[in-house]
Design a protein around this ligand. Structure first.
Ligand SMILES: C=C(O[C@@H]1C=C(C(=O)O)C=C[C@H]1O)C(=O)O
Length: 379
């Protein structure tokens, strides 16, 4: 580089630094305004997440960007990232308490990660929360005595037994709820053990989400929904979307969404391990989609083996879904072995047709994710 170029670059980079600093000041200003919105929402009991406002705002900014010669997707990306920050910050002011005369909440298994998250959300909403973990059963009677709600979040393998043996003497009006990732058996057990209001939940996210905004919570009604309607409202204030489901339909979906998927991820990792794949090398040669795939597989093994064993072993019927997968894998492998390229293409087209409009939709969605994966690279 000659001196002139160096000087020119230095000058321009100085100007860019100045603009970035202005951006920082603007961000500070925006965060402060959002904090004020948080306070107003808290007082009024409005949810953190306001999808209509977001959609309207994004549409306007996209239009304005176009006129200014800025890619609409650029401002959309930036605003979406800022809005994520808003959800996290609005959480700090707490949430309006919908039910003020509940009595206490007892979380059975509250030292687990999901239990801790719900404990935090309930406390941020003004509820008094007590934890009953495995060594605390001698206090159970006194804790249950003034409980307005008992929330069960223990490993799946012991959930039903615990409900049947230990939760039979709750106060009559106490709500009995659970967070187990299967629903048919736990809801049945709760209905048998307790004659008061019963409701099953399955939060469709891990404990590391940060904010519940835009997350999904599946609810399976048990008994007396009017008695726990407030809880659904409370969860909505946390920003989550409630999806109602019959326990059986939910459990069937989970055989694919959870058991089969986690199992195939497990086998993927097992295979890499047995093949003694060198992850460093794989990463060096990885495309963004492969990096994302490795991240999806690798993150499983950063978590608790017990949790995944519980999820995979929870339903007998998952074995059928997993066996079907193996059969399809074998058939596809046979195709490959006999070099039947035409049949492969035919089946590919059948599947593509079956995915229909979802295929291009998923392509668009993943394109944005892949660009973020690429952005994260540091060299
Ligand atoms: C700040 C608000 O809350 C959330 C955050 C938004 C933002 O950061 O712009 C917009 C809508 C809401 O999802 C609001 O409702 O205006």
């Amino acid at each position: 580089m000659n001196e002139k170029t160096t000087a020119e670059l230095e000058h321009l980079r100085g100007l860019i630094d100045g603009v970035d600093q202005q951006l920082l000041h603007l961000l500070r200003k925006r965060l402060d305004l959002v904090a004020q919105v948080g306070t107003v929402k808290h007082a009024a009991g409005l949810p953190i997440y306001a999808p209509q406002r977001e959609a309207a705002m994004l549409a306007k900014r996209r239009e304005e960007a176009k006129i200014m010669g800025i890619a609409p997707q650029l401002i959309e990306d930036i605003l979406r990232r800022l809005m994520r920050e808003s959800y996290l910050n609005e959480k700090d002011v707490g949430f309006k308490q919908i039910k003020t005369d509940l009595g206490s909440v007892v979380i059975v298994g509250g030292k687990g990660q999901l239990g801790s998250l719900f404990q935090q959300m309930l406390k941020l909403s003004g509820y008094q929360v007590n934890i009953l973990d495995k060594d605390d059963w001698q206090q159970a009677e006194s804790l249950f005595a003034d409980a307005g709600m008992v929330l069960v979040t223990v490993p799946i393998a012991i959930t039903c037994e615990l409900i049947r043996e230990k939760l039979t003497k709750l106060p009559k009006d106490c709500i009995l709820a659970d967070l187990t990732s299967i629903k048919t058996e736990p809801v049945k057990a709760m209905l048998e053990a307790h004659s008061g209001p019963v409701v099953g939940f399955h939060p469709m996210f891990g404990p590391d989400v940060g904010s519940l905004a835009k997350q999904v919570v599946v609810v399976c009604h048990g008994r007396s929904p009017e008695k726990y309607q407030w809880l659904l409202e409370q969860i909505a204030i946390w920003g989550a979307r409630i999806v109602e489901a019959e326990p059986e339909r939910h459990d069937n979906a989970m055989q694919l969404v959870q058991a089969m998927r986690h199992f195939s991820t497990f086998v993927y990792g097992l295979n890499l391990c047995k093949e003694e794949a060198d992850i460093e090398t794989l990463l060096q040669f990885s495309s963004p989609i492969y990096r994302l795939e490795l991240a999806m597989v690798g993150r499983l093994f950063a978590q608790s083996p017990e949790l995944y064993a519980d999820i995979i072993f929870a339903q007998q019927a998952s074995q059928h879904a997993i066996s079907d997968y193996l059969d399809n894998y074998r058939e596809a492998l046979a195709l490959l072995k006999r070099g039947d390229r035409n049949e492969f293409i035919k089946q590919f087209e059948t599947v593509a047709k079956w995915f229909g409009d979802f295929a291009p939709q998923f392509q668009r969605e993943s394109r944005i994710m892949l660009q973020s994966v690429n952005d994260m690279k540091t060299n």
